[in-house]
Design a protein around this ligand. Structure first.
Ligand code: UDP
Length: 381
């Protein structure tokens, strides 16, 4: 007897499973293709006792107290403020580009002038997306915008997305705005913290409930099918509710074509040295095929003679072969997604939730907030 099937065991899935099991007292079956829970938040300790993020660095940050309070039921936290440097013109400078970066990059008299101009145009401690700054009519600010665009954004974005910043939804590059102030941290949110024993332990706690059954190493279509508008579980018509967190195009057998995703090849190296770099992440906008190097000891401090680094090589996503990481934000892709969404809405006992199913660039806090809202909708139906 199952009331809900949840496809996937990532963040959105775990929130919904936990809420349904504990608040509705209903039975949930989670079907996960991978051999582990946690989706792309999954972390593990490697052979050198260093905690690594298998699917790339995941840094929890939010202004949403409700999300923090919710997750705090399942974990305690360590405060962690993520710092990122970018290697440009032979120097490592702090990003998001801020007043400290300006003083590192330019001679003092020019830096002072640029700082004053920024403060005339924008509020102190505000964030200005690079594509906004580029519209500035002041010639000094135009110079600054062109510099940041050329040195930080254009080549990184070409590697990461295979596109120019202006060809994509501005929200993507606005994630790393120019910061009108001196805060060197990558994020400015009120809460910046990591689960004390890692993300995987957090998920384990969320899913540890007698109402939740978990099938790992199982493809949804091995045990479920969708015929016309009806789901079948082990060949029997399923009258419960299906919450699907996988790729929406895959669920519908690519009937409106493939939705493009960007993938990343994650290459880990463990080195016989205590430390590799000055910050947790160093971005390389203009060199190499990888975008950035993350050193996990900065994120999860541990006393070991070795260190583990991760180089991220963006690549095209090939269904069935690579991991879909990022939806690609163009108007055309959004239109195609909308076709799938409309089609999905004709299936009454189906709910799509999460980054892949909703084709959205969710941060972890967005994913939790969104899943909590979806739960409220399901509960009140
Ligand atoms: N970006 C860039 N240069 C950088 C950092 C970011 O051009 O040094 C752009 C790039 O398009 C990237 C986007 O800003 O995809 C968002 O960056 P973020 O670090 O938020 O990406 P994520 O950690 O989600 O991969």
């Amino acid at each position: 007897m199952v009331d809900y099937i949840i496809v996937g065991a990532g963040l959105s899935a775990a929130v919904l499973a936990e809420r349904i099991a504990t608040q509705l007292n209903k039975k949930v079956l989670i079907i996960e293709r991978r051999d582990h829970i946690g989706g792309n938040c999954y972390d593990e300790k490697n052979e050198s006792n260093i905690r690594i993020h298998t699917y790339g660095p995941h840094l929890f940050h939010t202004n949403n107290k409700e999300v923090v309070d919710y997750l705090s039921q399942f974990t305690t936290w360590e405060v962690y403020n993520h710092k990122v440097l970018a290697y440009i013109d032979g120097k490592e400078v702090a990003i998001p580009f801020n007043f400290n970066t300006i003083y590192d990059a330019f001679p003092p008299h020019l830096a002072k002038k640029l700082e004053e101009k920024l403060l005339e145009a924008y509020d102190y401690n505000s964030k200005v997306p690079i594509l906004e700054l580029k519209k500035s009519t002041d010639k000094d600010l135009q110079f600054l915008a062109d510099y940041i665009y050329e040195k930080i954004f254009v080549n990184y974005t070409a590697k990461q997305w295979g596109m120019k910043p202006e060809e994509m939804d501005g929200a993507v590059t606005a994630r790393v705005p120019v910061f009108i102030g001196r805060d060197d941290r990558y994020f400015n949110d009120t809460y910046q913290q990591l689960p004390t024993n890692g993300y995987t332990a957090l998920f384990r706690k969320m899913l540890d409930h007698p109402n939740i059954k978990l099938m790992l190493n199982t493809d949804f279509k091995e045990i479920c099918s969708l015929k016309e508008k009806d789901f079948y579980l082990f060949g029997q018509k399923f009258d419960g509710h299906v919450i699907y967190t996988g790729q929406i195009d895959e669920l519908f057998d690519y009937k409106f074509g493939e939705l493009p995703y960007r993938s990343v090849k994650m290459v880990f190296e463990t080195l016989s040295q205590e430390k590799y770099q000055e910050a947790a992440t160093v971005n390389y906008p203009n060199q190499y095929d990888f975008t950035r190097i993350t050193e996990f000891k900065h994120i999860h401090p541990v006393n070991t003679p070795n260190t583990t680094i991760l180089k991220e090589y963006p690549q095209a996503h090939i269904p069935g072969k690579t991991t879909p990481y990022y939806p690609i934000f163009t108007d055309e892709n959004q239109k195609n997604f909308d076709k799938y969404l409309k089609y999905s809405q004709e299936i009454p006992n189906l709910t799509l939730v999460g980054r892949l199913a909703e084709y959205k660039y969710f941060d972890m806090d967005d994913a939790v907030e969104n899943a909590l809202r979806v739960f409220q909708r399901l509960r009140d139906q």
